[in-house]
Design a protein around this ligand. Structure first.
Ligand SMILES: [Zn+2]
Length: 895
């Protein structure tokens, strides 16, 4: 911004008689330079009857040293509701810990008074099958566009609830042409705090830091009750209350844009993403991301605001983000990342690579900056006001596009296909199948049931296009489907959401991906499915599946590796059940949170303990039969699990009057880890007959610390498998761990580790000395008659890695573990590298081919079960839950 322009803006703002002088003064006081603000937010209009945040809370939005608890944000929003007919507050449900979630609507008093009518218009536009184009045109002419912004999904990202209080006030009170236009044409909706449990803990920590400025502040060990950052990866599984509450609110309003407010990269990133973009999305939706993003980049830039950019952050691939609540339902989903300081203090920040100029960042952030919470509030609020103003100018465009996206989704079956996804009703795992159908229905996807058995040429897998005219096309095979088969039609408004969740993903190995690359839910839930391109499937006699969700199922007679069987087992009060502990570290609690959710979804009771508890309990066996040690998600976990955080002043995670919300588990100091005493206690637990179950990095820890003997971690050179679905096979059919499974099991695998079982290093691939002939010819020493070498004896099954030397077995028998002590591979990854990948990305698969996925390592009277994969992930991998549940149920007879 030029000085002259800044001066004009300053004078213009100071001349506005209608401004709240004290509030405006403080906005400027807490903004670290005029270039970090705009004329839209550098002042606050006064009102005789509507309280400002300063009047209500005693401080302005973005004031130094102030963060607001969710409850106080709500009190303020409700005070606005009482003071003006332009604001209305709705409760949209509670968090896991019972804290309320809100939705606040702000618009003109006429629009708010007619909210039900406008909700009805967007609801009717959402299903183009039920209205004509003429009716749609009338609804579009009459309707208002709805913009839904959500704050504080990620709890250390603290600015948005403060900003949203001020924005709602401003939209209700300010009387400029721009704001009036927004009020008349747009209904702004906001959930000011999404992760309400985590928000309150973060405010606790900010208070703690103010009181204890010298020692380090504890990190936010728990955000939500179960997971941290992954609350933005729950859109498919809907395991979390916040996902379900927002989805319900979505279906109540059918907004045209949903916008999440995040804080990370400098100074303001507006989402478009680098690609690969999700392949099921409509191109016009992707184009709209770009149009909106560039519009705001340009508007902010022309106001002289540094560091507003798009493209170079996040990909656009996986459908598991919160804003897919919109994108899966023909609503534009978008997000901001603004620069946050986490705590409400003003900091000197260094911006490294992101201050470089790039084609997508021609006005980059400054390399160093003094940055305040108020700067963050200014950026977020200015961006949103520009977006709302754009929507107000183009109200019809947004409503029309919403209708068009729905129409094009309905046309999918006839255009790009497929026609439907079909799930045979006669398959084994009926519980997992029913739950998948119920999940789709919760997402608003219609599910039908076939009235009778039918046969259909599915065209799956689709035949390769015939390039050679003489070559006959592959004849599609006819497939039989039982009566009661589920049919998910692609001629419905939410076909694209169903399609991306059910389809198989392919990601090129040179792509830079931001999260999981494959998620095919039919694989992850281990159910049979068919992609049916043949449009005849839509003519099959069928009716809407309307069974109530969560209906009780009769106890399944046999274990088909289906969650219903385990639900029935744990609900049955008669049988003697193992006593289970779930052990967490104080380093990271997110991955184990998904395990807690998985156990609770099957009604499995457990005691929640920390590694510190294990360190202080010499006789763990007295209390527990099974200890689950889920992944910690660290990169150097073995040492960290044992050593904990570096020594220093204590970092308490405890409920006190200063920090009343620090909960889930508690300790005086999160620093100490499991310690060697804990390793000893856990080892003794196994030797005394307990079962320890580990996965990914905790499996590496069990191998590194020798609790699981003769299991080695194989270093990887080229394996790339970022959140991928791989094919695995049962190696030991006698193990009760694989009860109910077929020969092959799809497994979710993420990047590492690679294991090998055995006493000896892996034998190098067969080779011959350099010599005459070819690679397979025998070697011929010269000057003597040629004697062919006998073939090396192949080890018997279960003997791999444990063969004594061929020359003199007696030399080494002292070192040979007895057969009953040797680890056994229960499930192994597909032996053929080119058949490993089922969905997602895989590079260097030959390193993983044939390697163990599940190992049973006996020790003393007990066992360690090591998973290389993560069997309980984001409430999507029910297909592998049975591997854990079978192990638990058979804890005392795994041999
Ligand atoms: Zn975030």
């Amino acid at each position: 911004m030029t000085k002259k322009f800044a001066l004009i803006v300053l004078i213009a703002a100071s001349l506005r008689a209608a401004d709240d002088a004290e509030y405006t003064k403080q906005i400027r006081q807490f903004t670290t330079g005029p270039q970090f603000s705009t004329e839209l937010v550098d002042h606050l209009p006064a009102s005789a009857r509507v309280p400002t945040p300063l009047q209500f809370l005693g401080y302005i939005a973005g004031a130094e040293n102030h963060l607001t608890y969710a409850e106080d944000v709500y009190r303020y929003m409700r005070a606005l509701e009482s003071a003006t007919p332009r604001v209305k507050v709705f409760s949209i449900g509670n968090s896991e810990e019972g804290r309320e979630m809100l939705l606040v609507a702000v618009s003109s008093e006429q629009n708010i008074a007619s909210l039900d009518r406008y909700k009805d218009i967007t609801r009717r536009l959402s299903d183009p099958r039920k209205i004509s184009d003429d009716e749609a045109a009338r609804l579009i002419a009459d309707g208002k566009a709805l913009y839904y912004a959500t704050g504080a999904m990620h709890s250390p990202e603290t600015g948005s609830p403060e900003m949203l209080m001020e924005l709602v006030y401003r939209l209700a009170v300010e009387d400029t042409p721009m704001i009036r236009n927004i009020r008349d044409n747009v209904i702004f909706l906001t959930t000011p705090v999404l992760e309400v449990d985590g928000r309150d803990r973060q405010v606790d920590l900010a208070r703690y830091r103010l009181q204890n400025p010298k020692p380090p502040t504890p990190p936010l060990v728990y955000w939500g009750h179960y997971v941290a950052h992954d609350n933005n990866r729950d859109h498919m599984g809907l395991a979390l209350a916040l996902s379900r509450n927002v989805l319900r609110a979505y279906f109540d309003f059918h907004p045209q844009v949903i916008h999440d407010l995040h804080e990370s990269v400098p100074f303001m990133y507006i989402s478009t993403g680098t690609g690969p973009y999700n392949a099921s999305l409509d191109p016009i939706m992707v184009d709209e991301w770009h149009r909106m993003a560039w519009h705001e980049v340009q508007e902010m830039t022309r106001r002289g605001v540094p560091g507003v950019w798009t493209w170079g952050f996040y990909d656009g691939w996986a459908p598991n983000y919160m804003f897919w609540t919109g994108m899966g339902h023909n609503t534009i989903g978008r997000f901001y990342e603004t620069f946050g300081n986490r705590f409400p203090s003003t900091e000197n920040r260094v911006v490294r690579v992101q201050s470089d100029r790039e084609w997508y960042r021609t006005n980059p952030p400054l390399p160093t900056v003094k940055w305040s919470l108020r700067n963050n509030v200014n950026y977020q609020q200015s961006g949103l006001l520009l977006a709302l103003s754009d929507m107000a100018e183009r109200r019809h465009h947004f409503l029309e596009q919403f209708y068009l996206l729905g129409k094009r989704s309905v046309a999918k079956a006839a255009n790009e296909g497929p026609a439907a996804w079909v799930f045979d009703g006669a398959q084994k795992r009926q519980g997992q199948l029913r739950d998948l159908m119920a999940l789709l229905r919760t997402h608003g996807v219609e599910v039908n049931v076939a009235d009778d058995a039918f046969t259909m040429k599915t065209n799956w897998p689709p035949p390769a296009p015939a390039t050679d005219e003489n070559k006959p096309k592959e004849e599609p095979k006819a497939v039989n489907f039982a009566k009661g088969s589920y049919i998910v039609r692609m001629d419905q408004p939410y076909s694209r959401l169903a399609d991306t969740m059910l389809d198989v993903q392919y990601v090129r190995s040179d792509e830079k991906v931001y999260d999981d690359t494959g998620w095919t839910l039919g694989y992850l839930k281990n159910v049979d499915f068919k992609r049916v391109a043949n449009p005849d499937v839509l003519k099959v006699p069928m009716h809407a599946w309307d069974a109530p969700a969560g209906e009780p199922t009769p106890r399944p007679a046999t274990n088909n590796a289906d969650t219903d069987f385990f639900r029935a087992y744990w609900a049955d009060g008669n049988s003697k059940k193992p006593r289970i502990a779930l052990m967490h570290t104080w380093l990271r609690t997110q991955d184990e949170g998904w395990w807690r959710l998985a156990l609770e979804s099957m009604g499995v009771p457990y005691t929640y303990i920390s590694t510190q508890d294990a360190a202080h309990t010499p006789n763990l066996r007295e209390k527990f039969d099974v200890i689950l040690f889920p992944p910690t998600g660290g990169s150097n976990s073995s040492q960290e699990i044992v050593n904990g955080l570096p020594p220093g002043p204590p970092l308490p995670w405890k409920k006190t009057t200063l920090t009343p919300n620090l909960a889930v588990d508690q300790t005086d100091d999160i620093r100490p880890g499991l310690g060697l005493a804990g390793v000893e206690n856990v080892t003794r637990f196994v030797e005394d007959g307990g079962l320890l179950i580990t996965a990914r990095d905790t499996s590496v820890w069990a191998a590194d610390y020798g609790i699981a003997r003769w299991v080695r971690v194989v270093p990887s050179q080229k394996l790339r498998a970022p959140g991928t679905i791989l094919s695995a096979a049962v190696s030991d059919k006698k193990s009760p761990i694989v009860t109910g499974y077929d020969e092959t099991i799809p497994l979710y695998f993420s990047a590492s580790p690679i294991f090998r079982v055995g006493l000896t290093p892996e034998t190098p691939p067969e080779s011959r000395p350099s010599g005459r002939g070819t690679k397979t010819d025998p070697d011929v020493p010269q000057g003597r008659p040629f004697v062919p070498l006998p073939d090396r004896p192949k080890p018997a099954p279960g003997e791999e890695g444990f063969q004594p030397p061929e020359d003199l077995p007696g030399n080494s028998d002292f070192a040979m573990p007895r057969p009953e002590d040797r680890p056994r591979v229960i499930v192994a990854f597909n032996k053929k590298a080119d058949q490993l990948l089922m969905s997602g990305m895989l590079e260097g698969g030959e390193e993983l081919a044939g390697k163990p996925a599940v190992i049973d390592a006996p020790r003393g009277r007990g066992h360690v079960i090591l998973f290389a994969c993560n069997p309980m992930w984001r409430q999507n991998t029910q297909g592998s839950y049975a591997l854990v549940m079978n192990a638990i149920m058979n804890w005392d007879h795994l041999r």
